[in-house]
Each structure stands twice: as C-alpha cells, then as structure tokens.
Ligand binder design. Structure first.
Ligand code: ZN
Length: 200
C-alpha cells in the first residue's frame, strides 16, 4: 500500500492526500478494474513512440499530422512539448506540421542543445527527404513558451539556423510573459499565429 501511494505521489499534480485516496480506491476496487489500469499503463509504454519526423507521440512510424497529405509540410512549427502541439491543434487554425524539441534549453538544469531534438530539426531543413512527404521546409514558426528559457531556446534556434534558406518567424506577443502555450486560450493562440513576425 505504501509503495502504491509513493508511486501515485510521483505523478504531476498529485499530492500526498490524493495519492492516498487513489491507492485506497485501488485497494477497494475489484481486481479486474485494478488490472485494467495496470495493463493500460503497460500498453501505453509499449506502444507509444515518437514520430520519426517531428517527435510527436504516435503508435506508428509517422504521427497522424505528418502522415496527413492535407497538411502543409513546408511550414514547420517548433514547440517544446507534445502538449503545446495539442493546444495549437485545438485552435484548428494551423495547417502546417510541427517539430517537437522535447524540452527547452536550461543552463541552470544543465539542459543543452544535445538534450533536445535540435540536431534532427537542422537535418530536416538540410535534407527534405527527412521532412514529411519530402517537402522543402520554407518557414519555421517558433512557438516556444514566453518564458526566459523559451525565449533563450528560440534565440538559439534562430541564430543557429539563420544561415539556412528558411524563413524564421515567431508567434506574436499576444501571450503574456511567463504564461504557458498549453494554457493559452484559442483566440489568443490564433492571434499569435496570425500576427507572427519574422525573426531578424
Ligand atoms: Zn510527426
């Protein structure tokens, strides 16, 4: 029981009290319900992979966005996490594809470019064969969180890639500093996308 509580308490947003409630619920529930939960956890770890092009979650080689012929593969939006991609998809406004960095640069936490999928992004621009449907990347939209680290990550990506023949834009500043993309509402995100500007 103590071990189960400890495991629940490790989950994001779950405090000790909630962890105890969840563990207690499992103890009371019949064994088939508990087993279904355990199997779902196991299955997701077994089957969910990263898209070989954009690093979005998928259970296939390509995610559903990269595999969709209606999406414009010449426009690539760079986000920190899959959950930022989900927030942008929710607006229904964006028709391009994505690149998920799987984090942001954080010198304090010792997270450098090598810990992100930055090299894969550079290769994707250099070699259209590595992009969805072999398209040349014409525009890169930086859609990082408006935080110190997100800004730093955007600056790094822009300066490292500016010698390439790719237009680099970033979301307009409709988003409050320190806020998070995944929590922004649909209208704010749509405006930020619509009014994006070129990074100098
Ligand atoms: Zn993908």
């Amino acid at each position: 029981m103590e071990r189960l509580v400890a495991e629940f308490a490790r989950l994001p947003g779950i405090g000790r009290r909630t962890a105890e409630r969840l563990a207690f619920h499992i103890v009371k529930s019949d064994s088939s319900e508990a087993l279904r939960l355990a199997e779902a956890v196991q299955e997701v770890k077994r089957s969910v992979k990263h898209c070989s092009v954009c690093f979005n979650f998928t259970d296939d080689r390509l995610c559903s966005i990269c595999a969709d012929p209606r999406r414009d593969a010449s426009t690539v939006m760079v986000v920190e996490q899959p959950r930022d991609l989900i927030a942008m998809e929710f607006t229904g406004m964006y028709r391009g594809v994505y690149h998920v960095l799987m984090g942001r640069l954080s010198p304090l936490e010792g997270i450098g470019p090598g810990d992100l999928t930055f090299a894969e992004l550079a290769r994707r621009i250099d070699d259209p064969g590595l992009n969805s449907r072999g398209e040349v990347v014409a525009e890169l939209i930086l859609a990082l969180n408006p935080t110190l680290e997100g800004d730093g990550t955007g600056l790094y990506v822009a300066s490292e890639l500016k010698s390439r023949k790719v237009k680099i834009t970033r979301l307009a500043r409709g988003l409050a500093t320190g806020s998070r993309l995944e929590l922004a509402n649909k209208a704010v995100l749509s405006d930020a996308l619509e009014e994006r500007r070129e990074v100098q």
